[in-house]
Write a protein of this length. Structure first.
Length: 168
C-alpha cells in the first residue's frame, strides 16, 4: 500500500497523539513509587492502530514514537527498553489480532503489556548481564497487566466510538 497523502496524514496524527500522551505521562507523578511502573498511555494509540489500521501502519507509528519519545525524554537508554518491549508487544498483538474481536481488544492489550515487560527484562538482562533483573519481572508483569487492561479498555472504547462515527 503506497504512502498517499491521506494515509500519511492519519499516521502522522496518530503518531503525534501517541507522543503527546507519552510526554504528558512523563510529567505526571508515578502511580506507584516503583521505577519503571507507568500506565503506558501512548499504548492506547498502538493498540487502536493495530485493529483500525493494521500491522504495517502500527509498526510505523510505534517505531517513530519510540525513537522520538526517547529523544524527547533525553535518555537514549530508554530507546533500548522501549524498542525491546514495544517490538515484542507488537509481535504478540499481531498474532492475537486474528483471535480477538473488537469487544475483546482489552485482552490483547493485557497480554501485550506482559510481552512488553518481558521484552524490557530481556533488554535489562542484555545490558547488565545479571539474572537478578528477573526478580523484578513478577512486579512488572502484574503492574503492566493492570495498566494494559486500562489502556486496552481505552483503545477498545476509542475504536468503537470512531467506528460509530464513521458509520454516520
Amino acid at each position: 500500500m503506497p504512502l498517499d497523502t491521506k494515509r500519511l496524514t492519519k499516521l502522522a496524527l496518530l503518531t503525534a497523539v501517541s507522543l503527546i500522551l507519552f510526554t504528558v505521562e512523563a510529567q505526571l507523578p508515578a502511580p506507584v513509587p516503583i521505577p519503571g511502573v507507568k500506565l503506558g498511555l501512548a499504548n492506547i494509540i498502538t493498540v487502536y492502530a493495530m485493529f483500525a489500521y493494521g500491522p504495517r501502519d502500527t509498526l510505523i507509528i510505534l517505531l517513530i514514537r519510540v525513537f522520538l519519545g526517547s529523544v524527547f525524554a533525553g535518555a537514549m537508554v530508554t530507546l533500548l527498553y522501549s524498542l525491546g518491549g514495544g517490538l515484542l508487544c507488537f509481535v504478540l498483538m499481531l498474532l492475537l489480532r486474528r483471535l480477538v474481536t473488537e469487544k475483546q481488544l482489552w485482552v490483547c492489550s493485557v497480554l501485550g503489556a506482559a510481552a512488553h515487560n518481558l521484552g524490557q527484562t530481556v533488554v535489562a538482562f542484555a545490558l547488565f548481564r545479571s539474572w537478578a533483573v528477573a526478580a523484578y519481572l513478577p512486579l512488572l508483569l502484574l503492574s503492566g497487566m493492570i495498566a494494559g487492561a486500562f489502556t486496552g479498555l481505552c483503545a477498545q472504547f476509542l475504536l468503537a466510538r470512531l467506528n460509530r462515527l464513521r458509520q454516520k
